[in-house]
Design a protein around this ligand. Structure first.
Ligand SMILES: [Fe+2]
Length: 192
């Protein structure tokens, strides 16, 4: 277990330690993770840089998972300009932080039915910035890599296995949203 992978272990340990309670303090988790992402950027670039060079499209890499209390930690690779559909997180809490590059996150409030989604704001995440959401069925968001040229990398912590979620589309001009179940695909595991 070389030094090269100690950064992965550090990120995993923070995510595991601070999610070991029924209602994790996500602001604290965001602060701790941001501090590591800012302070150890060279080590991160060394360890995770190859994920930016693969050119295989949008990829999700599993960094760690635990079943009790449930938590999963992932690194996502975002091709230039890539945008997710509007999506929920299966009712899980979640935290997303930028490792390299910059993302736009647009949040939506889900109404009483799946047919009304209201944009409630945008935020922008540069390297080391984090955003998070509590466990709820009422929140969805859409994320976009702001760069036209570079792959972005982000760190994600969820309160469980985000195997299934809903993606939302607006097929016509009526503003009507349609929800479609999606499966999360894992490209591989990053071991500590
Ligand atoms: Fe998301």
């Amino acid at each position: 277990m070389g030094k090269r992978f100690s950064i992965i272990r550090t990120l995993r340990d923070i995510a595991f330690d601070l999610s070991d309670v029924p209602h994790p303090d996500l602001a604290s988790m965001g602060r701790e993770l941001s501090s590591v992402l800012h302070g150890r950027s060279a080590e991160l670039a060394d360890t995770l840089g190859p994920l930016r060079e693969r050119r295989r499209g949008f990829e999700r890499w599993l960094l760690a998972e635990r079943s009790r209390p449930p938590v999963s930690v992932l690194v996502l690779a975002w091709p230039p300009g890539y945008a997710t559909p509007v999506h929920d997180h299966g009712g899980l809490w979640g935290l997303e932080a930028t490792i390299s590059g910059a993302l736009e996150v647009e949040s939506f409030d889900k109404g009483e039915t799946d047919h009304s989604l209201r944009s409630v704001g945008r935020t922008w995440l540069g390297p080391g910035d984090a955003t998070w959401f509590e466990a709820t069925d009422h929140l969805a968001h859409r994320c976009r890599n702001l760069s036209r040229h570079d792959t972005a990398l982000t760190l994600h912590v969820y309160g469980g296995d985000l195997a299934q979620y809903l993606a939302y589309e607006q097929p016509g001009p009526s503003g009507h949203w349609i929800a479609r179940p999606r499966q999360s695909i894992i490209a591989g595991r990053l071991t500590a």
